[in-house]
Ligand binder design. Structure first.
Ligand SMILES: C[S@@+](CC[C@H](N)C(=O)[O-])C[C@H]1O[C@@H](n2cnc3c(N)ncnc32)[C@H](O)[C@@H]1O
Length: 227
């Protein structure tokens, strides 16, 4: 897909599903928390990703454990069949989501940065997880390619404030379209841009604040109206 914008079209290929994950001895198994070595490796990879694309990543460090837990609670994943993560980064949030999901759930993680995409595929190995390279604008194409149902929850850490207005608008539209009735959209952001893009499609969000993160974050939650 070609959206003619600098944030996604230049980097994101047309949606196509990734190959099965290779075995890699350096990866953690499934949703297990990272080891000390894994944590340092992830932080180094995250900083490298930030230095390569400051606006696309928008943070020098991954989300804190406290923020991960607040996001997981807001998403309500205990019964989720299909969950989508936008911008898994180096996979810390991905592991936290997998730990909260049921055994039969599926997690579709969409990452724009090729280095992060490859990193998550290597270090987070879980049969419930599908990690795809591309833009969050293309949620619908990735769901269709994997034959996944509408999402019970969409979780986003992508920086709406540094992307062009039209890109953020398309992502908000795609999230609203591909959420199941009663499904939740949880977005953690410092800036309010995500709320400005999403409120036209999903109404006013519930807002929480997590101080124990660098930087502190607002956690916005929308619930799509039941059909
Ligand atoms: C602040 S980081 C969050 C990473 C991780 N989820 C965390 O909380 O530690 C934002 C992530 O969104 C990704 N991203 C930015 N724009 C995107 C887009 N249009 N589609 C998918 N991912 C995107 C970045 O590459 C980066 O991995």
């Amino acid at each position: 897909m070609n959206h003619h914008n600098p944030s996604s079209a230049a980097k994101a290929p047309a949606p196509s599903v990734s190959h099965p994950i290779d075995s890699d001895a350096s990866g953690t198994t499934g949703a297990a928390p990272a080891t000390l070595f894994g944590d340092l490796r992830d932080r180094f990879a995250f900083l490298k990703g930030f230095l390569g694309s400051p606006n696309g990543v928008a943070s020098m460090v991954p989300s804190s454990h406290w923020l991960e837990q607040r996001v997981v609670r807001a998403a309500g994943l205990a019964q989720a069949r299909c969950v989508i993560e936008l911008g898994p980064g180096t996979g810390g949030t991905t592991r936290a989501l997998l730990r909260a999901m049921p055994a039969q759930g599926r997690l579709l993680a969409i990452e724009l940065n090729p280095g992060f995409h490859e990193h998550v595929r290597k270090v987070v190995r879980d049969p419930r997880l599908h990690v795809e390279l591309g833009s969050a604008e293309d949620i619908g194409a990735f769901l269709a390619a994997r034959r996944l149902p509408a999402a019970d929850a969409v979780i986003s850490g992508i920086p709406f404030s540094t992307m062009p207005f039209e890109v953020g608008d398309r992502i908000a539209q795609a999230v609203a379209q591909h959420l199941a009735p009663g499904g939740r959209f949880v977005a953690y952001q410092w800036a309010a841009a995500v709320a400005e893009r999403t409120t036209p499609y999903l109404g006013a969000p519930h807002v929480q604040f997590e101080a124990l993160n660098i930087p502190p974050m607002r956690v916005y939650t929308w619930t799509k109206a039941a059909a």
